[in-house]
Ligand binder design. Structure first.
Ligand code: HEC
Ligand code: HEC
Ligand code: HEC
Ligand code: HEC
Ligand code: HEC
Length: 216
């Protein structure tokens, strides 16, 4: 009796059967790798108004503190009120459809419901003012916000991520006049490190990695 398939066909079928499990294995491995906190590709978060830091910071040149008014003085950076947007947009782009929610918010008095891009669990203690006043720049934790047409999260916000910096805090601080600068960190000399450590009275690794520092 003649074989139902030619030799070549059998080879092809074998190859396909072998490829199926291999391929599914590869897909699962890739998905697991992508979902590990340090590899997650953070997508831009859709917002009620497609607000662009690239326009407002990168092109117009606004200071972060113009909108995030409490970033130097409290735990929370603060989100801009409708009134802050209206200082310009009561005249600029009045009729832009993208700005309709802004005008609705002005009429109703209800703030714009921005979706959170970062959200630490409640059992973690974080404070912006401590970091900003000790020379940790926005860009260290938030990346190049000035290039983001819609805001996304750059850091995994895992415990390891916090600890990585807390173990080497003196290597991650810069002079205060460069805290808002989006330029990447320039390498510091040993002398700079020693000087900034004294200037900011940086605490030891023991204190900064102590559980009760972030879980109080
Ligand atoms: C003109 C006002 C304005 C300025 C200036 C501005 N921001 Fe924002 N920022 C916003 C608004 C509105 C949102 C909420 C919408 C969004 O997430 O894009 C926001 C959101 C953010 C978020 C995400 C907040 C969250 O939900 O976790 C970060 C981080 C941020 N801004 C950092 C910065 C930094 C750093 C600068 C300076 C380089 C800056 N912003 C300057 C208005 C501003
Ligand atoms: C200091 C003035 C100023 C402030 C404050 C300001 N904007 Fe703007 N906005 C501008 C300018 C200028 C442009 C045009 C930028 C460009 O095209 O490069 C713009 C553009 C926009 C656009 C795009 C409009 C379109 O049709 O493309 C949106 C949306 C917007 N702003 C929202 C906001 C929101 C929301 C706030 C408050 C969190 C805000 N802006 C605060 C000056 C401002
Ligand atoms: C050491 C890291 C770090 C630095 C430096 C930092 N941030 Fe943040 N930022 C965070 C974390 C973490 C959150 C999330 C906080 C939460 O969920 O409670 C956050 C949240 C925010 C938010 C959302 C509102 C809020 O306070 O939760 C804004 C806006 C923001 N940051 C702006 C800034 C600006 C502007 C600067 C620089 C002046 C800055 N951040 C510097 C880590 C940092
Ligand atoms: C890029 C570096 C960096 C990252 C990332 C970072 N920190 Fe810090 N953190 C610092 C520095 C620098 C200080 C100031 C240290 C000092 O006072 O000696 C600090 C101080 C603190 C303090 C105050 C410590 C005290 O004196 O009680 C808390 C709380 C804290 N960080 C929480 C966090 C948490 C939570 C995260 C992660 C979500 C985080 N930090 C991420 C650099 C960082
Ligand atoms: C520098 C800040 C920091 C320090 C110090 C720190 N943690 Fe955390 N911890 C975090 C953050 C941020 C998270 C939230 C991480 C997340 O949601 O993935 C966290 C989460 C946790 C969780 C929940 C774990 C989980 O997978 O949900 C436990 C338990 C925990 N920490 C215990 C500790 C213990 C024990 C210590 C001391 C050895 C400690 N932490 C020190 C920042 C810190």
């Amino acid at each position: 009796m003649a074989a139902p398939f030619s030799r070549a066909t059998v080879l092809v079928i074998r190859a396909v059967l072998l490829a199926v499990p291999l391929l599914s294995f590869a897909v699962v491995a890739l998905a697991r790798w992508r979902m590990a906190p340090e590899h997650v590709a953070f997508d831009p978060v859709p917002q009620p108004i497609p607000f662009s830091h690239k326009h407002h910071v990168g092109d117009v040149g606004l200071d972060c503190r113009y909108c995030h008014t409490s970033v130097e003085t409290s735990r929370s950076a603060g989100m801009p009120s409708t009134a802050i947007c209206l200082t310009c947009h009561s005249q600029l782009f009045l009729d832009a459809p993208a700005l309709a929610p802004l005008h609705a918010s002005m009429r109703s008095g209800r703030p714009i419901a921005w979706k959170r891009v970062h959200d630490l669990p409640d059992f973690v203690y974080f404070d912006h003012s401590i970091h900003v006043n000790k020379g940790v720049a926005c860009v260290e934790c938030h990346g190049r916000v000035d290039q983001m047409p819609l805001t996304w999260r750059e850091a995994p916000l895992t415990m390891q991520w916090c600890l990585q910096c807390h173990r080497n805090a003196p290597l991650h601080v810069r002079p205060l006049d460069r805290v808002l600068s989006m330029a990447p960190m320039t390498p510091l000399s040993a002398q700079d490190v020693a000087q900034l450590t004294r200037l900011y009275h940086l605490q030891g690794v023991d204190r900064l990695t102590n559980c009760s520092t972030c879980h109080r």
